[in-house]
Structures are given as structure tokens and as C-alpha cells.
Design a protein around this ligand. Structure first.
Ligand SMILES: [Zn+2]
Length: 268
């Protein structure tokens, strides 16, 4: 199994799962095609057939390419949670289901919070987690209860360290900038920010990243641990309430996003 990222829309990734090295692969699946044009171009350039589609959640930037791709490639499985607003799912799955992509086993994990029907797809080497867990951060919770998102993040934290996180967006730089505010004395976070800054300046992807690195540097996997827990408690969170700790952290990040202080200013 090989995985290739296609940048789509402004900052999305559509992931391509190939049955072999891209130069000799004949078939591939895609995860979250938010548009069809760039995906079609990739498949034409590599002479690939689309074998199926995985959908993490219904937002347009994850599903808008599906109908075009199904029209181009014929009847293929479109696997996802059929309880969401997107009606293009033809193979419904739910928490704990096992599916095979080529010969590779994937487990379906329900990860609500960013939206109610969000799924993640877990293979020992790769976690496709859409907009729940991002490299260095996590998705917005809009008006959904923080209990769900905090529980989903803690569920993903239990997965093995050597699994790579393939998320739906490239927000790594801004996320790591926030992580240095959340934990200013964490030298592992500072080292990762330096690395991510270099890659971002060279316009290289910072996704995927190992889950083990995320556990050490992503505040949204660390909100119930010291010293971040103490910082969040000072900001008003209930110390022994994971949802309260998470909600306080998420609100803090939202304030920083709104203030525009996490984006790269190349004049800096
Ligand atoms: Zn989304």
C-alpha cells in the first residue's frame, strides 16, 4: 500500500491509496475528494482506475468531487457514514466495522465532534481522520458539544505511536504556532515548529506526521496533562473535566485564529 496526497481547493488534501508504487499501480482508492478535476488529472497521468472512495464527513470540501468521479469511473463503492447529510454513500459503515482496501485491513472509528457523523479510517500504518485530528491541531467544533470532540481525540490518542496521521487540511504551521503559545516551555514543540517552518517556507507538505509526534506536540492530544492542564485551569476550565479542558483550549485557539496571529508572515 502506498499513499499519495493531492492538494485540492485552498488547503485540503485528497489522499490516494495505491495498490503498489505509483509507477506500476493500476488501481487506487481516494479519501475525501473535495473536487474531481485534480483527482482526475492524477489518475489520467498515472493511468489509474479508481477502485473506490472513502468519506470521513459530509462537508463540501470532502465530498464535492464524488458525483463526477462516480460518473467517470462507473459503479464504485463510496464508503462512509450514511447517517450524515451527504447522500452519495452506497456502502454504509459504522463504528467498529472492518473494511479492506486492496488486501489491507482498515477499522472504522466513529469520531464525532467536528460534525455528528464524522468517521476515521484506521490502518496500523495510516489514520485517515478528516477534520477531527489535524497535524498539530484539531478541527473546529462549530456549535457541537465539546464532550464529543474531546472524547474522539482521546480515542485517537489511544492508537499506536507509529501510525501516520493523514488529515484533511494543511494547517500544520499555524497549529504549531499555537502549540508554542499553549506550552511555551516544551522544547519538542519548538523543535517541531522550526522543522515545520522550514517545510512551509519551501512549500513542502507537513502531513502526514506520526501519531507519536502528535502525542508529544499537539495540544489537542495533551489538554488533560500537565503543564497544559494547569494553564487551562487558570483560564477557567474544570481541572478534572476533559470536555471543559478541551473547550477552553479550543476557544483559545479560535481567538488566536480570529486575531490572525498564527499565520506565516513572510516579511517577519
Ligand atoms: Zn469539515
Amino acid at each position: 500500500m502506498k499513499i499519495v496526497g493531492i492538494p485540492t481547493l485552498s488547503d485540503n488534501y485528497t489522499w490516494v491509496i495505491l495498490d503498489d508504487d505509483p509507477t506500476i499501480a493500476t488501481h487506487a482508492w481516494v479519501v475525501d475528494p473535495g473536487e474531481s478535476q485534480t483527482v482526475n488529472q492524477y489518475f489520467q497521468a498515472h493511468d489509474l482506475e479508481l477502485a473506490g472512495i472513502l468519506i470521513t464527513h459530509h462537508h463540501y470540501d470532502h465530498v464535492d468531487g464524488v458525483s463526477d468521479l462516480v460518473e467517470t469511473f462507473g459503479k464504485i463503492p463510496v464508503i462512509g457514514n450514511a447517517s450524515g447529510p451527504f447522500k452519495g454513500i452506497n456502502q454504509a459503515v459504522t463504528d467498529g466495522d472492518h473494511i479492506r482496501i486492496f488486501a489491507e485491513p482498515f477499522k472504522v472509528i466513529e469520531t464525532p465532534g467536528h460534525c455528528p457523523e464524522h468517521l476515521s479510517f484506521y490502518h496500523p500504518q495510516a489514520l485517515f481522520c478528516g477534520d477531527v485530528l489535524f497535524t498539530g491541531g484539531c478541527g473546529k467544533i462549530w456549535d457541537y458539544p465539546p464532550e464529543r470532540m474531546s472524547q474522539s481525540l482521546l480515542t485517537l490518542r489511544n492508537l499506536p505511536d507509529d501510525c501516520s496521521v493523514y488529515c484533511g487540511h494543511e494547517y500544520t504551521y499555524a497549529n504549531l504556532r499555537f502549540a508554542t503559545l499553549a506550552e511555551p516551555d516544551n522544547i519538542t514543540i519548538q523543535a517541531r515548529l522550526n522543522e515545520v517552518t522550514q517545510k512551509t517556507l519551501m512549500q513542502q507538505p507537513c502531513v502526514p506526521a506520526l501519531l507519536g509526534i502528535e502525542k508529544q506536540t499537539n495540544p489537542f492530544l495533551r489538554f488533560d496533562q500537565f503543564p497544559l492542564k494547569a494553564t487551562l485551569t487558570e483560564k477557567g476550565a474544570e481541572a478534572n473535566n476533559p470536555a471543559s479542558l478541551f473547550a477552553t483550549l479550543r476557544a483559545w485557539k479560535d481567538e488566536c485564529d480570529a486575531a490572525g496571529i498564527l499565520e506565516m508572515n513572510i516579511n517577519d
